[in-house]
Design a protein around this ligand. Structure first.
Ligand code: URA
Length: 203
């Protein structure tokens, strides 16, 4: 990990394609699915969204934010007037960490060390995409983007990140986990409000 990090600092990738080739060629530890799910969207996008890691569906389809949490994010982006194809979407960790339970693959949160391991790639990636604003979706993304633990409830809103202006909000899977319908609707409305505020900052 240290050697990999040192290598990255000496030689930033020449292009997003070169970076993505390096990520795709990397073989993750056994707790992770071997297929990398790369970032998606145009270089020069005004706004970038960083999630935690691909989920089961993302790993199967090879695209970020296509499973249940991703679909909820797409609905919220749409309501906030953000076009998916114009935004850059990626994850702090590029592989799906899971535990097998029968035929199901259950999401496992990546450790702080694992987030740190992937963080050099994320920084290179954002340097190449160069968005005006980076939105951290949840605690793992915020950790990756600041290098320190971030309490989402306290830091929600605009936040200076390592590589420039950012915005911290909840992860869409948090909304899916809320047991109470009314609470879920309130939280969803607040999430859409955050996306609108972020979009205004990125404009
Ligand atoms: N959750 C994430 O954090 N990222 C994805 O790509 C999908 C779900």
């Amino acid at each position: 990990t240290a050697a990999l990090a040192a290598m990255h600092r000496r030689e930033p990738p020449a292009s997003l394609e070169a970076l993505n080739r390096a990520i795709a060629a990397y073989v993750p530890p056994v707790a992770f699915a071997p297929r990398a799910v790369l970032g998606e969207g145009p270089v020069g996008a005004g706004i970038a969204f960083v999630g935690e890691q691909p989920g089961d569906q993302e790993e199967i389809q090879g695209r970020p934010f296509v499973g249940p949490a991703g679909q909820l994010l797409m609905r919220a982006l749409n309501e906030a007037g953000i076009v998916r194809e114009e935004a850059y979407l990626t994850n702090a960790v590029k592989h799906f960490k899971f535990e097998a339970r029968g035929k199901r693959r259950i999401h496992v949160t990546p450790s702080a060390g694992e987030v740190r391991h992937y963080r050099w790639w994320l920084m290179d990636e954002l340097d190449l995409v160069a968005p005006r604003l980076v939105v951290a979706l949840g605690a793992t993304a915020a950790l990756a983007l600041t290098g320190r633990p971030v309490a989402i409830t306290r830091s929600r809103g605009p936040l200076m990140l390592d590589r420039g202006p950012g915005f911290v909000t909840v992860h869409p899977s948090y909304l899916l986990r809320l047991p109470d319908e009314a609470a879920r609707e309130r939280a969803y409305a607040a999430f859409v409000g955050d996306l609108k505020a972020a979009q205004a900052l990125a404009a």
